[in-house]
Design a binder for this molecule. Structure first.
Ligand code: P6P
Length: 334
């Protein structure tokens, strides 16, 4: 039986990947792991404890805040503030970024953007939800973090990852040297390396589109959604629709089995629904590091210059050849 490698052991072993590494990033990744384990416990008992139901507030997106959203947000904020590696955070649940002015954090070298609990409307129907995070090196030179620290292109990410709270709880991350997945072993309370060097298959048969928006898709996307339904055994068609309205779960499945995820501009979300800083960029970093493509349909997601914290972009990402086919249809039909 091969030796179990825990997340902390792996992070520590890979520290040498970073020239002049002084351990801060390792500590930060470890802090994220600990916070996610605390949140996982609450998610697993959500049906039992009266913490379901909307918190009553609405977040900057105008979405009702589920109590677990707020709980998860607070857990990560406390972990980052107390960990001493982060000088500021930006989160889906907070209208503005949050600078840390406590002694140990004010001069820290990293900022983190995160969605503490993506897909949280799925919690009370027991569908997988996720945490998504991006880590950047600050560019401001003194004091607490500043807005410019967050408005960096996705190509500047030092690390990115997600936690999927599903049939098992997994933490998947990249530091730009491949993607590795760790499954939480509840028996020992440790994330253990279960998916080393994850690679997205170049091809697949799963497509993740909310076809309820079909009528407002661009011509190219409508053509693709028609194309996947045609009978053609030589290309494995018809494909299978797999969409559970939880970005982390949909993309995680597609990374493993091969597939394409798309949340384009729609009449309800003319710029797309998903947020650039803490959903699309981190997931794009992971997908690209796993050998896939992550685009808006017109440009590489990680090349977009952010202008605001909560800006939305269209998202098309997954297996290289499947995304390529969608791009071909967009090129031809708009
Ligand atoms: P729709 C969840 O609310 C989320 O932000 C993503 O996780 C998911 O992919 C998308 O929205 C689902 O949106 O409009 O299809 O329900």
């Amino acid at each position: 039986m091969s030796k179990v490698v825990t997340l902390n052991e792996f992070i520590h072993d890979r520290q040498a990947d970073f020239p002049f590494a002084t351990g801060e990033l390792s500590q930060l990744l470890s802090d994220i792991g600990v916070a996610s384990k605390v949140i996982n416990k609450e998610i697993n008992k959500a049906g039992l404890v009266d913490i379901l139901g909307a918190f009553g507030n609405t977040n900057v997106q105008g979405e009702e805040q589920q109590k677990l959203d707020v709980y998860a947000d607070n857990q990560f904020i406390d972990a980052f503030r107390n960990g001493g590696e982060v000088c500021a955070i930006a989160s889906e649940e907070n209208d503005d970024y949050l600078p840390f002015d406590n002694e140990g954090s004010r001069d820290a070298k990293y900022v983190v953007t995160f969605d503490p609990l993506d897909g949280s409307s799925n919690i009370d129907v027991n569908v997988s939800v996720g945490t998504i995070f991006s880590i950047y090196r600050r560019i401001s030179t003194e004091g607490s973090g500043k807005i410019e620290d967050f408005l960096q292109k996705g190509t500047e990410q030092i690390a990115a990852g997600y936690v999927i709270y599903g049939s098992s709880t997994m933490l998947v991350y990249t530091t730009g040297k491949g993607v590795n997945g760790f499954t939480l072993d509840p028996g020992i309370g440790e994330y253990c390396l279960s998916h080393p060097d994850m690679k997205a298959p170049d091809d697949g048969r799963l497509y993740s589109f909310n076809e309820g928006n079909y009528n407002t898709f661009s011509g190219g996307l409508q053509k693709y959604c028609d194309w996947v339904k045609e009978e053609d055994p030589s290309t494995g068609r018809p494909y299978s629709a797999r969409y559970i309205a939880s970005m982390v779960a949909d993309i995680h499945r597609n990374l493993i089995k091969g597939g394409v995820f798309c949340y384009p501009a729609t009449s309800g979300s003319p710029d797309g629904k998903l947020r650039l800083l803490y959903e699309c960029n981190p997931m794009a970093f992971i997908v690209e590091q796993a050998g896939g493509i992550a685009t808006t349909g017109y440009e590489r997601i990680m090349e977009i210059q952010p202008t605001t914290l909560h800006q939305r972009v269209p998202a098309l990402m997954g297996s290289k050849n499947m995304v390529g086919k969608v791009l071909e249809m967009i090129e031809k039909y708009g």
